[in-house]
Ligand binder design. Structure first.
Ligand SMILES: Cc1ncc(COP(=O)(O)O)c(C=O)c1O
Length: 372
């Protein structure tokens, strides 16, 4: 959808802006890194929550898209994307019914499983419709959130194999606890140790299950690290497209104080609405605009670099000064790299897509609120 607004400075705030040039650089870079390593990319849509952006990732070469929830997968399907992996366990009967209904329309839909109970329920629901489905065994390699422990993984694989309408395609192993480890060397060592647990099970399964060909893993923070792992077949990175202050502050192979691989495509614009206090000014973006997690949003206007954002209640933020930097006047618009991008994006209806100073499009954040 084209917008009447022509310039970024005309946008009302708070709003989310996506810099198209940086976004496309990020998409092409991750795709190239993955292909150079002989792997495939299945980016996670839980970050950007936008089917237009997901389609752009597929146009650049992604083999499919990850969804955290069934409702995200449904929205992606409605937007014309069929090759979807649901990366979270689907446990309740209503959601299993929705998953099976989606599988009836999208034969390439895959889901992860990590427990015998939901496996039985899924198989029964598929059987009622005369359907089969591809599944990945979700392994807990240290996050301790979902997934089966390495010690029980082979038993659970046998349980899957006992259901003729489930096809075991491989393993998912996401080491979320490693993604933001600041030191590159510690992150590398930790991620390789975690993933070794998955590669051992992957080898064991491959000897007895010919369909077991997928090892899907990794996030933005360990993407370059995990591409070295021979057995890994596909990368599930998500944040690399938009990026946020938390990721930009971790170390990289080139620079131990900065993550240099991907640029901050996502920004939030906020306006100074209060200047009546000494020592700080008030802006119109608070808890309902920036998720309070990850890292503090970073001001990127060069003239205000060095000023600091802090949350100041639901609707407001506080900008405090440092040294000689001039405070922004009433009505000034600040541009900030966001705190944790996924839940921040989930607070907005649309991205304003910009090329330099121009607003060239708006993209609906159509997976927003798909939390079921
Ligand atoms: C299962 C899974 N895979 C991949 C990702 C993508 O990670 P990142 O956003 O760090 O790239 C996530 C993010 O939480 C996830 O939960």
């Amino acid at each position: 959808m084209n917008v009447n607004l022509q310039r970024k400075t005309d946008l009302d705030t708070p709003c989310l802006v996506l810099d198209l040039e940086i976004l496309d650089q990020n998409l092409r870079k991750m795709q190239a890194l993955t292909e150079r390593a002989g792997k495939r990319l299945r980016p996670h849509a839980k970050t950007h929550k936008c089917s237009i952006l997901a389609r752009r990732q597929m146009e650049v070469g992604a083999i499919g898209i990850c969804a955290a929830k069934v409702s995200e997968a449904e929205a992606l399907y409605r937007a014309g994307i069929e090759n979807i992996l649901v990366t979270g366990p689907v446990v309740t009967l209503p959601k299993i019914a929705r998953l099976v209904a989606l599988r009836a329309k999208a034969p390439s839909l895959m889901v992860v499983v990590d427990h015998s109970g939901p496996i039985d329920l899924l198989s029964t629901a598929l059987g009622d419709q005369g359907l089969t489905m591809d599944v990945l065994l979700d392994m807990d390699i240290g996050l301790h959130r979902t997934g089966v422990s390495p010690a029980l993984a082979i038993n659970l694989a046998d349980h899957i194999l006992a259901h003729s309408n489930l096809r075991l395609r491989g393993i998912q192993a996401y080491a979320g606890q490693m993604q933001h480890v600041r030191s590159y060397n510690d992150r590398k060592k930790g991620s390789h140790q975690c993933l070794q647990q998955a590669t051992e099970i992957f080898h064991a399964l491959q000897t007895k299950v010919p369909t077991c060909t997928v090892l899907s893993a990794s996030g933005t923070g360990t993407s370059d690290i995990d591409l070295d792992i021979l057995e890994l077949t596909e990368l599930q990175a998500g944040s690399y497209a938009c990026m946020d202050a938390e990721y930009l502050a971790i170390g990289s192979a080139e620079d131990n104080s900065r993550f240099t691989a991907f640029g901050p495509a996502l920004r939030l614009l906020t306006t100074v609405v209060g200047v009546n206090q000494d020592g700080y000014v008030t802006v119109d973006a608070g808890l309902k605009a920036f998720y309070r997690d990850g890292a503090v949003p970073q001001i990127i206007n060069p003239e205000y670099a060095g000023l600091r954002y802090d949350w100041f209640g639901d609707e407001y933020g506080r900008i405090t000064g440092s040294g000689s930097v001039r405070m922004p006047p009433l009505g000034a618009v600040l541009e900030l790299v966001t705190s944790h991008c996924d839940p921040t994006i989930n607070l907005f209806d649309r991205y304003y897509v910009t090329q330099g100073p121009k607003v060239v499009d708006t993209w609906s954040i159509d997976l927003r609120g798909c939390s079921q």
